[in-house]
Design a protein around this ligand. Structure first.
Ligand SMILES: *Cc1c(COP(=O)(O)O)cnc(C)c1O
Length: 363
């Protein structure tokens, strides 16, 4: 029997999305962002899936050294970049040993590099704060930071250059073009590869695509924009989160259900109990009315999501049975739509699944 709940990952969807992103950014290499366990889709699964196909990803973006090492241990050969850079001086020899590239975004990293003695120079991407003000070397400090890297024997040349957008998911927001202009004016005439674009910029700001695009969420078939869907961009959602009905119960008008007893049936109905809860990463704050899909129809969550279960109102005429499959999100119920009901973004839903959810790669 198949375990439940489970996240079924479609190899076809991931490869289709990669191809689609190649069409959208035809002159750029693709750094597939697979941090946070491949956005919950399984780090190695995703890397193998989009790395080992024809015209596969040209490299992978990660947030933690441990993630990059897991890819190397799994036999992944392509270029790997730590998007937040290294955290400790002791990371540097590990980067060199495993041929992992690093972002440099802060003075402390410049100092650690200057003080290091490495078997080989490390490949770096200098991150410029062009307006997001989270990570990156400020405009005023750029020339000096760049020079320090040029002078550092632990740093491979040329130095690659990157920035990151704050509002690329808002196609009307002028900040993105300002950030592009800021970045381009600073790096004019310098050698090295350039990357600016996450998924949203890849889709909506083609002038930012440069040498490399860094799509994360779009690779998984999900739109980065609230109110939008991946399918609007001919992307296919790669994850289907499914579980089973473990109880079907007659329920009387006036009876409440679940913890806090705060939902009460207005009329006689049939409730279903689904084996998924916040212990699996399905958000506890999903409100009444959040849809789930059972036997081809949408039914609303009622009552509070508990750790291992949630309850749905199947309706008085329901003929659903214990053991029937339930889709929490997937091709027929967009994760973007579920996220809107819950008041979050699809990124958080897919990333927050817990290890209790079996992740299965299917064709
Ligand atoms: C996570 C991340 C990305 C990918 O972002 P998406 O919105 O998922 O495409 C790209 N670049 C950096 C620096 C990131 O941290």
């Amino acid at each position: 029997m198949k375990p439940f709940p489970r996240a079924e990952i479609s190899r076809h969807a991931l490869q289709h999305n990669l191809t689609r992103l190649r069409d959208i950014a035809p002159n750029s290499q693709i750094m597939a962002v697979v941090k946070a366990n491949g956005y919950g889709h399984g780090l190695l699964n995703v890397a193998e899936c989009v790395g080992n196909c024809t015209h596969g990803a040209d490299g992978f973006g990660l947030a933690r050294l441990e993630e990059a090492l897991e890819l190397r241990d799994g036999g992944v050969k392509g270029r790997l970049l730590l998007l937040e850079g290294f955290f400790r001086a002791s990371d540097l020899p590990v980067l060199v040993e495993h041929d992992i590239e690093t972002v440099v975004h802060h003075e402390f990293q410049l100092e650690m590099l200057a003080a290091s003695q490495l078997a080989k120079p490390v490949k770096v991407w200098l991150k410029i704060d062009s307006g997001m003000h989270r990570l990156g070397i400020g405009i005023a400090e750029f020339v000096q930071a760049y020079q320090k890297l040029m002078d550092c024997s632990s740093v491979a040349k040329p130095i690659n250059l990157m920035t990151h957008f704050a509002c690329a998911d808002e196609p009307q927001n002028p900040l993105t073009q300002q950030q592009i202009n800021q970045f381009e004016s600073l790096i004019k005439g310098l050698d090295g590869e350039r990357t600016l674009a996450n998924s949203a910029a890849t889709l909506f700001w083609p002038q930012s695509q440069a040498d490399w695009v860094r799509p994360g969420i779009a690779l998984y078939g999900v739109s980065p924009v609230v109110g939008d869907k991946g399918t609007n961009h001919q992307l296919i959602p790669a994850m289907e989160l499914v579980s089973n009905l473990i109880a079907v119960r007659k329920h009387k008008a006036g009876d409440s259900v679940g913890y806090g007893a705060y939902w009460t049936a207005k009329q006689d109905t049939i409730l279903g109990v689904v084996a998924i809860g916040y212990g699996d990463g399905y958000p506890r704050n999903a409100p009444e009315g959040t849809p789930v899909l059972i036997n081809g129809r949408r039914v609303p969550i009622v009552g509070r999501v508990s750790m291992d279960m949630l309850t749905v109102d199947l309706g008085a005429d329901a003929i659903d049975q214990v053991g029937d499959s339930v889709q929490l999100w997937g091709k027929s119920l967009a994760v973007e739509e579920v996220a809107e009901h819950i008041g979050t973004i699809a990124y958080e839903l897919v990333t927050k699944l817990t290890p209790r959810v079996a992740v299965a790669l299917l064709d």
